[in-house]
Design a protein around this ligand. Structure first.
Ligand SMILES: Cc1ncc(COP(=O)(O)O)c(C=O)c1O
Length: 371
């Protein structure tokens, strides 16, 4: 039986040798935080996405929290799509905002301007636009102009979108800030970590202060803001710089796999693979299931055949999460509910060869056909 794991991470022998050599230099120099590697990763990442500034942080969640804090959302509202990771919600809440959930369009997994208008009020300070699975909604320009007209800050949650471009612009450069995650499952990773990108020099500076216990100088204990420690280590930055060098090749491989699944799982099967109309990160290959197919049974049967699916984005909308049920459980957000209930995500990683892609597609086709 051919085993297809949900994820596979491969660091080449050459990269391992180079990372270990740099780690050795770091250990010898003894500067493990706030050094050259973090500074260089910031410069290189900013150049990659085409933003004026990049601020490295300890996680994507922290990056979102300090961005919302810097934008002054405290005591106001932040709109978050109901189908996102809990991190988007909790970051806005921890920055002191009242979080309002928006519905999404099932075909783009993002809210439309109409969805945002439905829930925006005079108290709305920011909208979090999440590029789900790496997809940038075709409505991004319309949403950007609407937010600017309303005086609402558009923060892009780009945790899934390293290497996603639309109309020549990288994810994270449409709104006032973009926040990437380098968590272990992401397209590029530092284990834990993240990056805030922005063209706004003041916002970048405020983010730097907020990630650093509210200090303006790294090694001077003078605090001008009440905030926590969101710094990235030098060790993480060494790994991140190596990962960034491979990002284009990795996303190209992911896109090829997505296109292959798309051709192997055609419409008549009832399964349809969502293939974006722009170059995307390929973080997730989302497939919609036909009505009547029970996802958990299908996943169990696939696992029995050696095929392990990665997590959905996401299996449950936020208003159905136990921790939010009391406050948000009464909401009906049908686009987000359908988007969560009807998807599976297919294995995708640069080392997945075409033979294993075919094995996955065949198994999905036969099990869905038999359901
Ligand atoms: C959409 C989204 N936003 C934010 C985060 C938070 O990033 P981190 O895990 O680096 O804190 C994640 C995932 O991990 C995510 O998937």
């Amino acid at each position: 039986m051919i085993e297809v794991p949900a994820q596979e991470f491969a660091v080449s022998d050459e990269d391992q040798a180079s990372i270990l050599a740099e780690m050795g230099r770091l250990l010898a120099a003894g500067r493990f935080s706030g050094g050259e590697n973090v500074r260089r990763l910031e410069e290189e990442f900013a150049a990659y996405v085409g933003a004026a500034h990049a601020v490295a942080v300890s996680s994507g969640t922290t990056g979102l929290e300090v961005s919302f804090q810097a934008l002054g959302v405290k005591g106001r509202e932040v709109i978050v799509p109901a189908n996102t990771n809990f991190a988007t919600f909790v970051a806005a809440a921890r920055a002191g905002a009242d979080v309002v959930l928006a519905d999404v369009d099932q075909t783009t997994l993002a809210p439309s301007v109409a969805d945002l208008e439905k829930v925006s009020t005079r108290r709305t300070a920011a909208v979090a636009l999440v590029h789900m699975g790496g997809l940038i909604t075709p409505a991004v320009h319309e949403i950007t102009s609407w937010a600017a007209q309303q005086g609402i800050a558009l923060v892009e949650d780009t945790a899934h979108a390293h290497g996603s471009w639309r109309d020549g612009r990288h994810a994270g450069t449409f709104g006032v800030a973009g926040v990437f995650s380098f968590f272990a499952t992401k397209v590029m990773t530092t284990g834990e970590g993240g990056m805030v990108v922005t063209d706004d020099a003041e916002l970048a500076q405020e983010t730097r202060v907020l990630r650093n216990l509210g200090k303006t100088e790294a090694w001077v204990s003078r605090h001008i803001r009440a905030s926590g420690n969101g710094r990235m280590t030098e060790f993480s930055a060494v790994v991140g710089r190596h990962q960034l060098r491979h990002l284009d090749d990795w996303v190209a491989a992911r896109r090829r796999i997505a296109a292959r699944y798309h051709s192997l799982l055609p419409g008549p099967s009832g399964v349809s693979v969502l293939l974006p109309d722009h170059p995307y990160s390929g973080y997730k290959v989302i497939a919609w299931l036909p009505p009547g197919v029970a996802r958990e049974h299908l996943k169990r049967d696939l696992a029995a055949a050696g095929i392990h699916l990665p997590g959905e984005v996401y299996a449950e909308p936020l208003h159905h999460q136990p921790v939010l049920a009391k406050e948000y459980g009464h909401l009906s957000l049908p686009g987000a509910e359908r988007a969560c209930a009807q998807q599976i995500c297919l294995p995708v990683y640069p080392t997945l060869d075409s033979g294993r892609v075919e094995v996955v597609a065949d198994a999905v086709l036969s099990l869905v056909g038999a359901a």
